[in-house]
Write a protein that binds this ligand. Structure first.
Ligand code: 475
Length: 824
C-alpha cells in the first residue's frame, strides 16, 4: 500500500478560478501539445483547453469509483452497440459549473471560445435515436447519482460524414480519432480475450460431471477506453467504457516461423478490423458476420469485466444479480444472455439452474422498433460458425423454456412455434428478440403506444405467458445538452424569470404557465426565438450557401431519412404550396422556410432518392424569382449532435409525421418542443404523450390513428384511388414525375412516384389531405404572433415529463430497483 493517500495527492493544478484555468491551459499547450503560444493552432488550443477541463474531471471519477467500491453499490451496466454523446467540451464545462471562469480564461488568452468549441470532432458512434438515447441516459444516471457503466464499442470510424453532391448524398469516412481524443483514458492493462469459431467437446470433470469445452479457432483481444461522464451539479462521475479490438499477436507465431510474414500480419489486420467501423444502418444488416462478431466482442469483454470487478468483492457468483443489472439496448447485445451462462457454467462450474436464475435476474431488455424487418435474426449456420458453444447454450435455454411454456399454456405444440427462440424454415434463424425476452426479468417499450403494440402485435404470446413482463418507459432527453447548452438565450431568459431549478427538475418549467399571457414576457420569448433563427440562418448559409430569412416561418424535419418517417409527405406539401403560389401569385400565406436534415443508410436506394428529390425541389424553388420572400427549402448536410445544437432551437414548427404505429417513440419531437417549436404530428410514438401534456389546442394533429391504419391494411389499400380523388395530390405527383424538378429528366423520380402509386407502404397518399389542411391551419395560426408565442411558451412549460431524468427515475424504481449513492 502506498504511503500517499488520495487526500494527500489533491492537486494544486485543478483550481476552478479563471487564473488557475488559464494557467492549466498554458501548461497543457506546452507540456501536452508541445507548442508555444505564438505558433499554436486553434486545434492545439482546443486540446490544451480540453486537457485542462479533463484534469478537473479525473479526480471526481476516481473518488466516485472508490465510493461505489467501498459501498459495494448496486450498479447498472448499460450495454449498447451505439453511443452518440456529442461534443464533450462545452458539456463538461457546464457540468463542472465553470462556464464563466473558462470564458474569462480563454478571453485573457486572446482566444475565441466559440471557435475553440467548433474545433471538436464529435464521436459519432451511433446511427440515430437509439445511440443518442443511450447518451442521454448516461447523463441522467450520473446526475441522479446512479452507479452506472456504459459498455460499448470504440469504433475507429463512426457514422459517415454526409456531403451533398449534385443533390445526392455522398458518404465520406468519419475520422473522429485523427487528431487524438482528449476525453478518453486508454486502459491498456484492462484487456480480455474474446474467442470465436471452432467446435465444442464434452468431457467429465473430476467429480464425474459432464461438461463442455469450447475449442475456439481464433481470438482477439479487447482493450478498454474510458470516458468519464459527469453528473450535473453533483460529484458523481460515471464511466463510459468502450472496447477496441487488438490482435492476439502470439497466436499465429507459426506463420512467422514458416516465413509467412504476410499471413501473420494479415491476422493482425483482421483482428483490428473488428471494431473498425460502425454499421451505418438503422436496421440490422441481414446475415453480416462481422456485425455478429462485433456484438459478441463487446458483450464478452463487458461481462468479463463485470465478473472481474465482482470477484474483487469476494462475494460468491450466485449473488451476481444483486450487484448488477444489465440493460440491453435493443437486441444488439442480447448475446450477453448465453455468454453469461457460458461464463457461469463452463468457466465457473455453476450448475445450470443456478446460472439461469442469476442470468434471468441480471438482464432487462429495451425494444426500440416495431418494424418487422428491424427485428434481428441470425441464420443458424452463420451463428454456428462464429459461436458454436453459444448456439448449444441457446438450444438448451430454448428447450427448457418451451417445456416451461408447454406446461403453463397447457396446450399443444403448434402454439409453441411462435414462442420458440429458433425460427424454423428453409434457412432457420435465431430470433434475438425472443432470446432477449426469455433471458430478461423485464422488457420495455419506449412510449405508451409502442409498449402496447409490443404486447398486442409483436410479442402477444409472450405477453399471454408473462403478463407482468412487458412494461413501458417513455423516452426522455437531457435538458442539460438540449436546452441549457444548445439554447443559451432561452436558458438566460428562464434563469431571470423562473430560476435554474428546471435544469435538474424539468417539471418546474410549469412556472412558465403564469407568464404565457404576459406581453412583456412574450416579447422576450420572441426575441430569443429570433436570435436562434438568426444563428440557424448563419449556419445554413455556411453549410449550403443558401440565404434564409429569419422572418419566415422555420419548418424543420431533421432525423434519419426513412420511408416510414415520411420526408416525402413533407415534400409533397412543399410542391403543393409551390403549385398554389405559381397558380395564384396573390395568395396570402406567411413566408416559409423548410429545413431538412438527416442521413440515409448508404444502401437504402429509396431514402437516397428522397434526399435527391428534396434537393432538386429546393433548387427549383430557390431559383424561381416568384418564390422570393415566400418559399425556401434547404437541406442541411451532415445532421449530427453538433449541428442539432443550432437546429432545434431555431425551429418554429417541428415535423413528426411518421405513419401511426411505426415510430417507436421519437426523441427529436421532445427536443423541438422543449425549445419552443410547435409540433405538426401524427398520433404515433411519444407524439401522443407530448400532445397529452401540452394540450391538444397547442399541437397540430393530422392523419390516421394506428387502429385506422391497421383497418385499412386489412380491408385492402389502393393508393391510386387517393391520387385520382385529390387534384392537388395528383398534380404534386405529376410534377415530381414529369421532370419539372429534374431538368426535364422524367425518369429520375419515377421510382419514388411509382412506389407511392403502386403500394405506398407507409400510406403517404392517405394522410396527404389531412396533412396539407393541417399545414394551412399552421399558416393561419402563425399570423397571430401573440397567440403563437403563447402556444410556444405553454409547450415548453408543459414538457417537463420528457426529461431523461424522469425516464431514468422510472427505470430505477420499476425495473432496476437501485438506490442513488452520494459522492463527496
Ligand atoms: C426508434 N436503431 C425511435 C429511438 O428509443 C426511438 C437499429 C438497428 C441497428 C442499428 N440501429 C438501430 C434503431 O432501431 C433506432 O434508432 N430506433 C429508434 O430508437 C430511441 O425514439 O422511435 O426508431
Amino acid at each position: 500500500m502506498s504511503e500517499v493517500t488520495s487526500s494527500k495527492i489533491q492537486s494544486t493544478r485543478v483550481g476552478m478560478d479563471a487564473a488557475a484555468i488559464k494557467q492549466s491551459i498554458l501548461e497543457h499547450l506546452v507540456h501536452t501539445q508541445s507548442r508555444f503560444p505564438d505558433v499554436a493552432s486553434e486545434s492545439d488550443w482546443y486540446n490544451a483547453l480540453a486537457h485542462a477541463v479533463r484534469d478537473r474531471m479525473l479526480e471526481r471519477m476516481m473518488v466516485t469509483a472508490k465510493t461505489y467500491k467501498a459501498n459495494k453499490s448496486r450498479t447498472v451496466c448499460y450495454l449498447s452497440a451505439e453511443f452518440l454523446p456529442g461534443p464533450h467540451l462545452a458539456n463538461n464545462i457546464l457540468a463542472l459549473g465553470i462556464w464563466q471562469e473558462v470564458q474569462e480564461a480563454v478571453a485573457q488568452l486572446g482566444l475565441d471560445f466559440e471557435s475553440l468549441l467548433e474545433e471538436e470532432v464529435e464521436p459519432g458512434l451511433g446511427n440515430g435515436g437509439l445511440g443518442r438515447l443511450a447518451a442521454c441516459y448516461m447523463d441522467s444516471m450520473a446526475t441522479l447519482k446512479i452507479p452506472a457503466i456504459g459498455y460499448g464499442i470504440r469504433y475507429e470510424f463512426g457514422i459517415f460524414r454526409q456531403e451533398i453532391e449534385d443533390g445526392w448524398q455522398v458518404e465520406k469516412t468519419d475520422k473522429w480519432l485523427s487528431y487524438g481524443n482528449p476525453w478518453e483514458i486508454p486502459r491498456p492493462r484492462l484487456r480480455f480475450n474474446v474467442h470465436f469459431g471452432g467446435h465444442t467437446e464434452q468431457f467429465k470433470d473430476i467429480d464425474g460431471i459432464l461438461r463442455v469445452k469450447w475449442i475456439p479457432e481464433w481470438r482477439v483481444i479487447g482493450v478498454a477506453h474510458d470516458t468519464p461522464v459527469m453528473g450535473y451539479g453533483v460529484k458523481n462521475t460515471n464511466l463510459l467504457r468502450l472496447w477496441s479490438s487488438e490482435a492476439a499477436e502470439s497466436f499465429n507465431f507459426q506463420a512467422f516461423n514458416t516465413g509467412d510474414y504476410y499471413g501473420a500480419v494479415n491476422e493482425k489486420v483482421t483482428s483490428e478490423n473488428l471494431t473498425k467501423v460502425l454499421y451505418p444502418n438503422d436496421e440490422p444488416e441481414a446475415g453480416k458476420r462481422l456485425r455478429l462478431e462485433q456484438q459478441y466482442f463487446f458483450v464478452s469483454c463487458s461481462l468479463q469485466d463485470m465478473v472481474r470487478i465482482y470477484l474483487q468483492s469476494g462475494d460468491p457468483l450466485d449473488q451476481f444479480h444483486h450487484k448488477y443489472t444489465a440493460q440491453l439496448n435493443d437486441t444488439h447485445p442480447a448475446i450477453a444472455i448465453p455468454e453469461l451462462m457460458r461464463l457461469l457454467v463452463d468457466r465457473n462450474q455453476m450448475d445450470w439452474d443456478t446460472a439461469w436464475h442469476v442470468t434471468r435476474n441480471t438482464f432487462a431488455y429495451t425494444n426500440h422498433t416495431l418494424l418487422p424487418e428491424a427485428l434481428e435474426k441470425w441464420p443458424l449456420d452463420l451463428f454456428k460458425k462464429v459461436l458454436p458453444r453459444h448456439l448449444e447454450i441457446i438450444y438448451e435455454i430454448n428447450s427448457r423454456f418451451l417445456d416451461e411454456a408447454r406446461m403453463k399454456i397447457h396446450g399443444l405444440n403448434g402454439h409453441l412455434e411462435k414462442l420458440s427462440i429458433i425460427e424454423e424454415g428453409a434457412r432457420p434463424q435465431v430470433r434475438m428478440a425472443h432470446l432477449a425476452v426469455v433471458g430478461s426479468y423485464k422488457v420495455n417499450g419506449v412510449a405508451e403506444l409502442h409498449s402496447e403494440l409490443l404486447r398486442q402485435n409483436v410479442l402477444p404470446d409472450f405477453h399471454a405467458l408473462w403478463p407482468d413482463k412487458i412494461t413501458n418507459v417513455t423516452n426522455g432527453v437531457t435538458p442539460r445538452r438540449f436546452m441549457l447548452l444548445s439554447n443559451q438565450p432561452l436558458a438566460h431568459l428562464l434563469r431571470e424569470r423562473i430560476g435554474c431549478g428546471w435544469v435538474t427538475d424539468l417539471d418546474s418549467l410549469h412556472k412558465l404557465e403564469a407568464l404565457a399571457d404576459d406581453p412583456d414576457f412574450q416579447q422576450q420569448w420572441q426575441k430569443v426565438k429570433r436570435r436562434n433563427k438568426e444563428r440557424l440562418a448563419r449556419h445554413a448559409l455556411a453549410a449550403t450557401g443558401q440565404k434564409i430569412d429569419p422572418d419566415s416561418l422555420f419548418d424543420v424535419q431533421v432525423k434519419r431519412v426513412h420511408e416510414y418517417k415520411r420526408q416525402h409527405l413533407n415534400l409533397l406539401h412543399i410542391i403543393t404550396l409551390y403549385n398554389r403560389l405559381k397558380d395564384n401569385p396573390g395568395l396570402d400565406i406567411p413566408p416559409r422556410t423548410f429545413v431538412f436534415g438527416g442521413k440515409a443508410a448508404p444502401g437504402y436506394f429509396m431514402a437516397k432518392l428522397i434526399i435527391k428529390a428534396i434537393n432538386s425541389v429546393a433548387e427549383v424553388i430557390n431559383r424561381d424569382p416568384d418564390m422570393d420572400g415566400r418559399l425556401r427549402v434547404v437541406f442541411f448536410p451532415n445532421f449530427n449532435v453538433k449541428t442539432a445544437h443550432c437546429i432545434y432551437p431555431g425551429a418554429d414548427v417541428s415535423e413528426q409525421i411518421s405513419l401511426a404505429g411505426k415510430e417507436a417513440s421519437g426523441t427529436g419531437n421532445m427536443k423541438f418542443a422543449l425549445n419552443g417549436a410547435l409540433t405538426v404530428g401524427t398520433l404515433d410514438g411519444a407524439n401522443i404523450e407530448i400532445r397529452e401534456e401540452v394540450g391538444k389546442e397547442n399541437f397540430f394533429l393530422f392523419g390516421m390513428t394506428e387502429a385506422e391504419v391497421s383497418a385499412l391494411q386489412q380491408q385492402g389499400y389502393h393508393p391510386q384511388d387517393y391520387c385520382q380523388n385529390d387534384p392537388e395530390l395528383k398534380s404534386a405527383l405529376d410534377f415530381l414525375a414529369s421532370g419539372y424538378f429534374s431538368h426535364g429528366d422524367a425518369t429520375l423520380f419515377r421510382p419514388l412516384v411509382d412506389n407511392l402509386l403502386n403500394g405506398d407502404p407507409y400510406k403517404v397518399l392517405v394522410d396527404y389531405r389531412s396533412y396539407v389542411d393541417c399545414q394551412a391551419r399552421i399558416s393561419e395560426a402563425y399570423r397571430d404572433r401573440q397567440e403563437w408565442t403563447r402556444m410556444s411558451i405553454l409547450n415548453v412549460a408543459r414538457m417537463g415529463k420528457f426529461s431523461s431524468d424522469r425516464s431514468i427515475q422510472e427505470y430505477t424504481n420499476n425495473i432496476w430497483k437501485i438506490a442513488s449513492v452520494d459522492v463527496f
